[in-house]
Design a protein around this ligand. Structure first.
Ligand code: NOJ
Length: 743
C-alpha cells in the first residue's frame, strides 16, 4: 500500500490557479464581474439582499405548494424575489421582468429558471434513453438545441442536467439521468453542461445549467421517490459524487440540493455535504439553489424544529437560493440579529446570484432573452426536428433479434398492435417543458410515412393499464393476416419521472399477455417498448423474436422508430442501466463486488435459489443488424510504472452485412486492494463506425491515476498489483488481458 504519489500532488499544484480560492466574498479571486457585483451590492439594503435569495414559482409545471399569480407579482414589487421559475414565453417573461426592473427601487432583473430537461418545444428522448446513444456529440447537441429554444422564450436557467446515478429501476426519476455508471455519467454530465452553457454565457442562446440533485437522491431506499438515503462514504465518493465533480469541471453555473436526507441529515441543510464538499473540497463558487421547498421540508423530515431553524441550516450549508420554501425571506434578518448567520454570508450568497445575472448580461439588457421574433423563428424548426429524429434513433437499443429485423420496405400488409402505437401524448415523456403531444409523431404515423403504399392495420387491443382483454381477438386476427407485426407496448409518459415510482416493473396491465399471444402466431414480430426505466420483460424476451427498446423517444418518435425497424438506421444504442431478470434482483448492476462466496453450484454461495444472479440484459448491451468481432487485445506493457500510461489496443471487425456503429467499452478490475474493488469498472468507451467487412484498430490510453481510489486509510492512491483489462461490446461479453502496476 502506498501514499498519494508525488505526481498527483504536482497535478493538484498545477490546477490550483484554475481552482483559485473562494474567499470570503463568496466568489473566486479571479471571477469576472466582481467589481460590478460589488458596486450593486453596495447599494442594497439588507431587505433587498434577502429578497434576492428567494425564488418563487409561476404557473407552469408545479411540483409542490404554489404561490398565486397575484402574490408573486406583489412579492416581486416588494423586492422579495431574486428569481422566478415556471414563467413561460418571451412575452410573459418580459411582463414579469418589467415589474422587477421598473417597479423596484434598484431595478435588479430577475433570473428565470425552468425544467428544460430533454428539450423545450422540440422534445428529445428522455435522458436515460439519450444516454444509451453513448454519443456525446449528439447529447451535447440536444442540450444546445434545448437552450436555443428556451432562451428565445425568456429562460435563463435550466434545472438540468440531473446527474444522479440510479441503480433502482423502481425509482421513476431514473429516466432523467444517465443510468448506473459514474464514468459514463460523468461524461454525459459534461456534455450536457457544455450543450446548455455553450462557450459563453453572455450569448443570447446559452443558459445556466444546474447539476442536480446534490446528492444521493438516486439512491432513495426501495426506489420510492423522496425516500431516505443511507450510504457509506465510499459509495458516495466512488459512485454518486463523480458526475457532480465532472459538472464542476465543466464549469456548471449552478447546483441544486436534493430533497432526501443522507445518513440522517436532509442534504439541503447539511453543512458537511454542501459547504464541505462543494465549496471547501471542490472550490465551487457557483449559485446553489434548494429543491422545491426542500429548505422548509427539513421541518417535515424532523431535523429542524421550525422554518427559522431550517433557514439557518440551509444558509450555513451555503445554499444561496430558497426555491418556493419561503424560509429565507421571513427569517433571515432574525437569524442575523441572533448571530446565527452573518452579513458576510448573506453578501456571499447575494454576490453569487448577482454574478449569474451579470454573466447573462441582464444588467445590460434585462429583456435580451425575451424575444418574440426569435422565439417564433427558432422553435420547433425542421432542423430541430431532424436533430430530434437523429438523437432518437441513436438512443434506441435492439435487445433481441432472431433474424426478424430490419423489415423490408416492400411489405404489403402490416399489423400495428398495442396501446402505444397511436399515442402521441405518451411519446414525449414527463419533464417535457413546452413540448406538446400534438406535435409528436406517433408510431403509427411514422410507419405510414415510411410505407406510403402498404396496408397498415392498427388495432389497439388493450389499454396500457387494466385487465380488459376484449380487444385481443381483433388484434390477433389482424396479426394473422399481416406479413409483419409490430407490437407497441410499455409505459405511459406519466409512469416515470418525479413521484412516479413503481413497485412492479413489468409491462403494465395485460400487455405482456398480448405480446405472448402475438408471439404464438409465429409471424415476423417486433416488439417496440416505450418506457422511462428498465422493465422486467423476461417472458417477452423468451417468446418474442425481436425487441426494440425505444424509450420515450420525443417529438420525432414514430419517424425515428420506423428508421430503425426498416433499416434506414442500423441500431447502435447500448443500455446504460441493467435490465433485471426479476424484480427481486434489484439493485442489480454490473460493477458489483466479488463477495467471499461468489456463485457456484455449491450450497453455500451467494445466489438466489429460485433464479439467476445474472440480469436479463447487462449494462452496455445492445445489438446491431451487423455483427462485430473483437480480437488481438494488446497492452503496451505488462508492467506499468506509477505515472505511466498504458496503451490498450484491440481490433474490431464488422463481420456482418450492414454498415454499423459499435460502442467499444473498456473495463478494468483491480484484483487485490486494501479495500475490495468492483469486478469491472468502465474506464473508457468509443463509438466507432465501420462499413460491412471493415476492420479498425481502436486504442485507449489508461493513466495510472485512472486506477486510483480511496484506500483503507482514505488516501487517494493507486496500489501496486495485478489488473485485468476487458474490452467488448457490453459489460459481460469481453476479451481480456492482464498487467501489473509496479512501484
Ligand atoms: C422538483 C424537482 O425535484 C426538481 O428537479 C425540479 O427542478 C424542481 N421541482 C422545479 O420544478
Amino acid at each position: 500500500m502506498k501514499k498519494t504519489p508525488l505526481f498527483l500532488f504536482y497535478i493538484m499544484l498545477l490546477t490550483l490557479p484554475l481552482m483559485a480560492q473562494i474567499n470570503e466574498t463568496g466568489l473566486r479571486e479571479n471571477a469576472p464581474f466582481k467589481k460590478e457585483v460589488d458596486s450593486v451590492l453596495s447599494l442594497m439594503t439588507l431587505e433587498e439582499k434577502i429578497g434576492q435569495l428567494a425564488q418563487l414559482s409561476g404557473n407552469g409545471e408545479v411540483t409542490g405548494p404554489v404561490t398565486l399569480n397575484n402574490q408573486y407579482q406583489e412579492a416581486i414589487r416588494k423586492g422579495e424575489v431574486g428569481s422566478m421559475l415556471n414563467i413561460n414565453s418571451a412575452s410573459y417573461t418580459r411582463k414579469i421582468q418589467k415589474i422587477a426592473v421598473e417597479e423596484t427601487r434598484l431595478g435588479i432583473p430577475l433570473l428565470f429558471g425552468y425544467d428544460v430537461i430533454h428539450g423545450y418545444k422540440t422534445i428529445f428522448p428522455v435522458p436515460l434513453g439519450e444516454s444509451s446513444s453513448w454519443d456525446l456529440e449528439a447529447i451535447e447537441k440536444s442540450a444546445r438545441i434545448a437552450a436555443v429554444e428556451a432562451t428565445a422564450a425568456g429562460q435563463h436557467w435550466t434545472f438540468a442536467p440531473m446527474v444522479d446515478i440510479a441503480r433502482d429501476p423502481r425509482w421513476g426519476r431514473i429516466m432523467e439521468g444517465a443510468g448506473e455508471d459514474p464514468f459514463l455519467g460523468s461524461a454525459v454530465a459534461k456534455a450536457r453542461v457544455r450543450g446548455f452553457q455553450g462557450n459563453d454565457l453572455g450569448q443570447k442562446n446559452t443558459m445556466l445549467a444546474c447539476a442536480k440533485h446534490f446528492v444521493g437522491y438516486g439512491a432513495a431506499r426501495a426506489g420510492r421517490d423522496y425516500n431516505t438515503v443511507d450510504m457509506s462514504k465510499r459509495m458516495l465518493y466512488e459512485v454518486y459524487l463523480p458526475p457532480f465533480k465532472a459538472a464542476v469541471e465543466a464549469d456548471v453555473a449552478t447546483f441544486m440540493t436534493s430533497f432526501n436526507e443522507l445518513n440522517g441529515v436532509p442534504v439541503t441543510g447539511s453543512k458537511k455535504h454542501v459547504k464541505g464538499i462543494l465549496r471547501d473540497e471542490w472550490n465551487y463558487d457557483g449559485l446553489i439553489v434548494s429543491d422545491w421547498a426542500s429548505v422548509m421540508e427539513q421541518v417535515i423530515h424532523g431535523s429542524a424544529k421550525d422554518l427559522k431553524e431550517a433557514a439557518d441550516y440551509a444558509m450555513n450549508a451555503t445554499v444561496d437560493m430558497d426555491m418556493e420554501g419561503k424560509a429565507y425571506v421571513p427569517f433571515m434578518k432574525e437569524l442575523l440579529d441572533e448571530g446565527k448567520v452573518s452579513e458576510k454570508q448573506i453578501d456571499a450568497a447575494v454576490r453569487r446570484i448577482l454574478h449569474k445575472k451579470f454573466e447573462l448580461g441582464l444588467f445590460d439588457d434585462p429583456y435580451r432573452y425575451c424575444d418574440e421574433e426569435r422565439e417564433k423563428e427558432v422553435t420547433l424548426t425542421p432542423e430541430h426536428r431532424e436533430a430530434a429524429r437523429d438523437v432518437a434513433r441513436k438512443s434506441m437499443v435492439l435487445l433481441k433479434n432472431d433474424n426478424v429485423l430490419p423489415f423490408s420496405k416492400k411489405v404489403k400488409k402490416v399489423a400495428v398492435i398495442g396501446p402505444l402505437a397511436d399515442a402521441k401524448n405518451e411519446m414525449i415523456g414527463t419533464w417535457s417543458a413546452q413540448g406538446e403531444g400534438k406535435d409528436a409523431v406517433s408510431l403509427l404515423e411514422g410507419l405510414q410515412n415510411a410505407l406510403p403504399d402498404a396496408d397498415i392495420n392498427f388495432v389497439k387491443a388493450c389499454e396500457v393499464e387494466g385487465h380488459d382483454k376484449s380487444g385481443f381477438d381483433k388484434a390477433l386476427k389482424a396479426a394473422e393476416k399481416a406479413d409483419i407485426v409490430i407490437a407497441a407496448v410499455g409505459e405511459k409518459a406519466m409512469m416515470s419521472g418525479e413521484a412516479l415510482s413503481r413497485m412492479d416493473i413489468k409491462l403494465p396491465g395485460v400487455q405482456e399477455d398480448l405480446v405472448l399471444e402475438l408471439a404464438k402466431l409465429d409471424k415476423p414480430l417486433a416488439v417496440v417498448l416505450f418506457n422511462g426505466r428498465p422493465l422486467v420483460i423476461t417472458e417477452v424476451a423468451k417468446k418474442a423474436p425481436a425487441i426494440l427498446e425505444s424509450w420515450l423517444p420525443g417529438t420525432e418518435a414514430g419517424n425515428a422508430i420506423a428508421d430503425v425497424l426498416f433499416g434506414d438506421y442500423n441500431p447502435s444504442g447500448k443500455l446504460t442501466v441493467t435490465f433485471p431478470y426479476a424484480l427481486g434482483q434489484v439493485p442489480v448492476f454490473y460493477s458489483h463486488k466479488h463477495t467471499g462466496r461468489p456463485r457456484t453450484e455449491a450450497r453455500y454461495t451467494s445466489k438466489y435459489i429460485d433464479g439467476p444472479n445474472e440480469p436479463l440484459y447487462p449494462f452496455g448491451y445492445g445489438l446491431s443488424y451487423t455483427t462485430f468481432e473483437y480480437s488481438n487485445l494488446k497492452l503496451s506493457t505488462k508492467k506499468l510504472n506509477e505515472g505511466e500510461t498504458l496503451t490498450v489496443s484491440v481490433n474490431l471487425k464488422n463481420t456482418g452485412k450492414y454498415d454499423g456503429e459499435e460502442v467499444v467499452q473498456l473495463y478494468v478490475r483491480d484484483l487485490v486492494g486494501s479495500v475490495t474493488r468492483p469486478v469491472k469498472e468502465l474506464k473508457g468507451f468509443e463509438k466507432v463506425s465501420l462499413k460491412a467487412g471493415e476492420e479498425k484498430t481502436i486504442t485507449f490510453e489508461l493513466k495510472t491515476e485512472d486506477l486510483a481510489f480511496y484506500n483503507r486509510d482514505w488516501e487517494w492512491t493507486t496500489e501496486p498489483g495485478e489488473f485485468h483489462v476487458f474490452v467488448g461490446g457490453n459489460s459481460k461479453e469481453t476479451i481480456e488481458a492482464e498487467f501489473s502496476l509496479v512501484d
